[in-house]
Design a protein around this ligand. Structure first.
Ligand code: PMP
Length: 360
């Protein structure tokens, strides 16, 4: 018999998501678990988004607006771009895969960093596109090495800024140099899922650097600071030409009507975003110093999570924390590191108390 799938798909493993609290309840009978595993907003969505969804519930028998007109119009207005420069996605995740499907073939090549968001690798493997995963340098994207990894065949480069899982960022000057160095015909995708959490003085969104590279695509999401992860809403900002191609390939009705109205309403709650950002910055600092005091090697983060070298093997620590009702992330390829989402003050205190117990 012929193989059912390509070797490339054979090598894939299902995406490992953070463990849901219900699963921990089922498996270990722990009913008050705290999930610090998926970089969600611990303060929840904006009440305005929840109200908007309530108002839209009775209309779910209708397909959503396939062009997400009102949402894209508002995003364009907020960012000072035009509507043809905005494409909505079923989470930014869909847009990452859409970039691979739209702009590469199995004869091409993709460049991204390692470790970085696993979906870049998953999409490349799914579509059988060769790739180079360039190691981070001291947990930060090595943009010079990434520029050197670009070959004649490279069609697409992914840069997560801030990066997942390390939380590190590349500063404006390095990003500018990189955008100038990448050949004009390569699509550069700047994945800014955590941009709203970044507060370093030298952090610059690529939205302000669009003049430096024509084929730049900036990806944003409503899953993180906007607290709408379950609704799956993200967007890309790029040239009308690139957006037009993405629109030809994307699935129709890719963002639900509830997602569209909630995202739209959440853009009108700047106070919710500001509060979330402030609380995250304060708790990220407090959590980082508590972890350092417990013997973790903490990487400086610009996101809503902290990447830390564990004094115990990561898997062991992960299991011991699960027993105490705290869910973090340990990764297969990173046996001594954990990634911990910044929770509420109470959730972070619970984590630190559990760690004290495990490490004593
Ligand atoms: N990019 C990065 C760097 C992420 O960490 C994530 C979420 N884990 C995503 C994209 C995808 O987020 P979503 O599909 O929910 O927008």
């Amino acid at each position: 018999m012929r193989a059912l799938v390509t070797p490339s798909i054979e090598s894939l493993r299902p995406y490992e998501a953070g463990k849901p609290v219900e699963e921990l309840a089922r498996e270990r009978g722990i009913t008050d678990a705290v999930k610090l595993a998926s970089n969600e907003n611990p303060h929840g969505p904006s009440p305005k988004a929840v109200d908007a969804m309530r108002g839209a519930l009775a209309e779910v028998s209708r397909y959503p607006d396939a062009n997400a007109y009102r949402l894209r119009a508002r995003i364009a207005e907020v960012l000072g771009v035009t509507m043809p420069e905005v494409v909505q996605g079923n989470g930014s995740n869909e847009l990452l895969d859409l970039l691979v499907r739209t702009f590469t073939t199995p004869a091409d090549h993709i460049v991204f960093a390692e470790p970085s968001f696993v979906v870049y690798r998953m999409s490349a493997l799914t579509h059988g596109v060769a790739f180079t995963a360039v190691p981070l340098a001291n947990d930060v994207h090595d943009l010079e090495a990434m520029a050197r990894a670009i070959t004649e065949k490279t069609r697409l480069v992914f840069v997560a800024n801030p990066n997942n899982p390390t939380g590190t960022h590349v500063g404006r000057a390095a990003l500018e140099r990189f955008l100038r160095a990448v050949p004009k015909d390569v699509v550069v995708a700047l994945d800014e899922a955590y941009a709203e959490y970044a507060d370093a003085p030298d952090y610059a969104s690529a939205l302000s650097l669009r003049a430096l590279h024509e084929r730049l695509v900036v990806l944003r999401t409503f899953s993180k600071i906007y607290g709408l992860a379950a609704l799956r809403v993200g967007y890309a900002v790029s040239t009308p030409e690139i957006c037009d191609y993405l629109n030809r390939v994307r699935a129709p009705f890719n963002v639900s009507s509830l997602g569209q109205v909630a995202a739209l309403a959440s853009l009108d709650d700047a106070a919710h975003v500001e509060r979330s950002r402030k609380q995250n910055s304060a708790e990220r600092a407090r959590l980082s110093s508590s972890l350092a005091a417990l013997g973790f090697g903490v990487t400086e983060s610009q996101a809503n999570f902290v990447y830390a070298r564990s004094p115990l093997p990561a898997k062991e620590l992960y299991e011991a924390l699960l027993d105490r009702g705290v869910i973090v992330r340990a990764f297969g390829g990173l046996p001594d590191h954990v990634r911990i989402t910044v929770g509420t003050r109470a959730e972070n205190d619970r984590l630190v108390a559990a760690l004290r117990e495990v490490l004593k």
